[in-house]
Design a binder for this molecule. Sequence first.
Ligand SMILES: Cc1cc2nc3c(=O)[nH]c(=O)nc-3n(C[C@H](O)[C@H](O)[C@H](O)COP(=O)(O)OP(=O)(O)OC[C@H]3O[C@@H](n4cnc5c(N)ncnc54)[C@H](O)[C@@H]3O)c2cc1C
Length: 398
Amino acid sequence: MAAQKVIVIGGGIGGLTAALALLKRGIDVELYEQASELREVGAGIQISSNGTRVLYALGLEAALAAIQVKPVRRVLRHWQTGETWNWFELGDVSIERYGTPHLMLHRGDLHAALTDAVRRAKKDAIHLGKRCVAVEDSGDAVGVRFDDGTSATGACLIGADGIHSGVRRLLFGLDRPVFTGCVAWRGLIPLEQLPAHLQRLVGTNWLGPHGMVLHYPIRRGELMNFISVVERDDWQIESWVIAGTTSELANDFKGWHGDVQTLIEAIATPYKWALMVRPPMERWSRGRVTLLGDACHPTLPFLGQGAVMAIEDGYVIAGCLEKYFADPERAFERYEDLRRERTSTVVKKAHENRVMAFEPRLAEENAVAEAIALDWQQIRVKERLDWIYSYDATAVVI
Ligand SMILES: Cc1cc2nc3c(=O)[nH]c(=O)nc-3n(C[C@H](O)[C@H](O)[C@H](O)COP(=O)(O)OP(=O)(O)OC[C@H]3O[C@@H](n4cnc5c(N)ncnc54)[C@H](O)[C@@H]3O)c2cc1C
């Protein structure tokens, strides 16, 4: 019966995880995605142990093993001299400490693994070319209309439609993003095009006074993912798919070490987007409709947790709906109680990390050792990351 189904709007990492977690609990799902084919942008993604714990619980361990890089460690490098410090260990250390690994993946590969798993659980669960334009909560069911004139009905609805969420707008009105003063760049490089010393299976953070560069290997070590952030106020479009030019990117990192220049030169098409922040939402749900992932708690990328939070949300919301299926309002109230504090702390800490990510002391030769020792040494890293990585969404008591 239509009214026994959960409707998910959005087939990103969050929506697919929620759909899979619901299907695994025997709850029927229809997922509607606006794109006419399922794909993700060509970029990397890090899934820390708190995310892999959920993906493993959903049966994805073997699928991930075929596409992953399990990096040995993260290292820090000085923007100008190239001096290198070991930052923190990953690989087997992550497994010993947290039980599951920290993985580096191509977003498209992760997306495909989730899509396959959803389709294995229910062949026709995913509907493409369906842009949601209206949602109506009648009190005992939810109706949704799409831009092709079709409609659907379910018992409740999850808006997993990302940072520019239309479901959020329908429920709570327009949001007010504020520009951070930072522009990010992304790009991919075939690993074999890089010199041998840049091909290592480690994540590298280049620290600089007014910018940062991060690169890590993905897709079994076939590609290097490049991300950088720079203080700049002349680009304020928040889109993942607008291309910039190599010379513009190189200009943003003028004076940086030769290895950074080598990486930049090797990127076929660099993409740029403005980083925005939004004040935390007081509520995510209204009646039989709720939000998940970037739709309700978009975060800056400085902790690498946006998608991981969406994955955790997806698992927890499925547990809440299993327990309170007859009363979705109660299910969503419990879901918010379980998820709001954690996700808003991640958003807040990622914002604080944005301040730390740029290290003005690195402009002064004498202050480098102190800056690294004070803010980047092991103990501080543990303080900063343990509470995130050790969280177990699969053990949350609903
Ligand atoms: C530079 C950068 C690096 C990042 N790195 C990491 C990282 O290493 N680790 C990490 O965990 N996170 C990272 N993130 C964050 C992560 O990308 C997001 O948090 C994550 O993709 C959110 O997933 P989502 O499913 O909520 O939304 P999305 O992935 O945006 O998916 C939303 C889906 O909804 C669909 N949709 C939208 N509107 C409609 C509609 N009206 N009808 C139907 N469908 C619709 C869209 O087409 C899309 O498929 C990074 C982000 C940035 C910017």
